[in-house]
Design a protein around this ligand. Structure first.
Ligand code: ZN
Length: 166
């Protein structure tokens, strides 16, 4: 006997990994059930509270020294970039940052180096960095592509995933 109108489908469990899980929410560190705590995360070891803003001077100095390519905008190569695209793990100048910001925060979550930072935000730049992005761009032949177009490609979306996990 068939039940006709009754559509009791078995549970579809679809697992979607959300790439852009609100990186600005500093109050809820989800350190309990994250599958991402395997490799190169130097972040969460010392301070489990992600709510400790680091001073602006430190951030800029730290990032410039960490990766020599960080000293120039990853896009236009102008010196001393003052903005970061967090989820792409790159440093950019104000002009390029503005272009990226217009694409929406899930494409590019922009933060000024002078603003408040915490360990969570910083961890994206530690895993990423301009050098890594430049290598990736060369590998996938993205260098000549206009900035707006480039960051909306699937391949850069994939890169954001990489930067978010390892
Ligand atoms: Zn630039």
């Amino acid at each position: 006997m068939k039940e006709i109108g009754d559509s009791t489908e078995s549970e579809n469990t679809i697992n979607i990994i959300s790439l852009e899980e609100a990186p600005d929410d500093s109050s809820t560190p989800n350190n309990s059930s994250t599958p991402f705590n395997s490799t190169a995360s130097i972040s969460s070891t010392k301070s489990t509270k992600s709510n400790n803003p680091l001073s602006s001077m430190n951030i800029m100095k730290y990032l410039y020294e960490k990766d020599y390519e960080n000293k120039v905008c990853v896009e236009c190569k102008s010196p001393m970039p003052t903005f970061a695209s967090i989820n792409n793990g790159i440093l950019v100048c104000a002009q390029c940052g503005e272009k990226l910001e217009k694409l929406g925060y899930n494409i590019s979550f922009i933060r000024e180096l002078k603003e408040e930072w915490d360990q969570y935000l910083l961890s994206f730049l530690e895993r990423g960095g301009n050098s890594r992005f430049i290598r990736f761009s060369k590998q996938y032949d993205l260098e000549e592509m206009p900035i707006e177009e480039k960051f909306q490609t699937k391949i850069v979306e994939y890169y954001r995933l990489l930067v978010s996990i390892k």
